[in-house]
Design a protein around this ligand. Structure first.
Ligand code: 5RP
Length: 295
């Protein structure tokens, strides 16, 4: 039997009204506690932003340049990422289970680069996402693609599964080669993902008018890095996206294919979390490389 609480003086602080605090992420206030807790492992509550490290490219293109040996080249970057986006295969085989931050698991797949990419299906059960302690699952949505409806339904099914257990869904807007990547298309693709239940959306930074893409999407947007471009340009893109309303980056090749990936991810962090100007972040990056070359 627990001992009786015999203290006479209790303090109920009646003069202090309990506050209702809105959740820090746009459009996410009405989710349950579990979803919000998981989202707080993806987005840093202090800055409301995230640097997701995307290393899931192998699910359709095999050993991508920079990802040939994830144990050698990516594990040293983990400490600088807020979240990892990857496949369950790489998670189980290589990533140390002591990784403390959010995990976003790729949950769609099927075709490889050898086939029509938009013909994806759901590629994992929500139970496995729970077993892996995933903060969210990611699904490709091919708006305007040959298998548009199928990919949209992949997302809505994952949203239904995720809602049952408080696991978020990252809708990834995938642009086929034949489609124009402009703000008009991105507004459509991001809004469709959000309307149909994506917890947050990943898209590409476009100019001009990226601010209209973020403004018309009621949930947070993170940008993909896209193909490798020179480091100063990648930092500028991340900076511009953040200044125009993005809640972070989900960057892969522009980090792990950089001349110095460890320095690059730190420079990206400065831009995303501290609003450091891209030129200053690039000087930091060069400084790190110079230091390494000296040592
Ligand atoms: C694949 C993805 C990738 O994770 C994403 O595009 C990778 O990032 P990056 O473009 O920065 O290499 O969603 O479709």
């Amino acid at each position: 039997m627990p001992e009786a609480d015999e203290r006479k003086e209790k303090n109920f602080f009646p003069e202090i009204t309990q506050k209702n605090r809105a959740f820090f992420l746009k459009g996410c206030n009405n989710f349950d506690w579990g979803t919000k807790n998981r989202l707080s492992k993806i987005f840093n509550p202090a800055t409301e932003k995230t640097v997701m490290l995307a290393i899931d490219h192998g699910y359709f293109q095999g050993p991508t340049t920079g990802l040939e040996r994830i144990d050698v080249t990516i594990v040293p970057l983990l400490q600088y990422s807020d979240t990892l986006m990857l496949t369950r295969g790489i998670l189980r085989s290589i990533i140390p289970p002591t990784y403390p931050n959010g995990i976003v698991v790729r949950a769609s797949g099927g075709p490889t680069v050898l086939k029509e990419l938009s013909n994806e299906q759901i590629a994992m059960d929500i139970e496995d996402a729970i077993r892996l302690n995933a903060a969210a699952v990611a699904v490709q949505v091919f708006i305007g693609g040959e298998y548009e409806t199928q990919s949209v339904h992949n997302m809505t099914k994952l949203v239904d599964m995720g809602q049952r257990y408080g696991i978020g869904v990252l809708g990834v807007t995938a642009v086929g080669k034949e489609l124009v990547r402009d703000a008009k298309y991105m507004r459509l693709a991001c809004r469709v993902c959000a309307e149909l239940g994506a917890t947050y959306v990943k898209t590409y930074y476009v100019e001009p008018d990226f601010d209209t893409v973020t403004a018309s999407c009621p949930v947070p947007i993170v940008i993909a890095g896209g193909k490798k471009i020179p480091e100063p340009d990648a930092l500028k893109m991340a900076y511009n996206a953040i200044q125009q309303g993005a809640s972070g980056v989900d960057m892969g090749r522009n980090i792990f294919q950089a001349e110095n990936p460890v320095a690059m991810i730190q420079a990206v962090r400065m831009v995303v979390h501290k609003n450091v100007k891209p030129q200053e972040a690039y000087e930091y990056y060069r400084g790190k490389i110079a230091q390494k070359n000296k040592g």
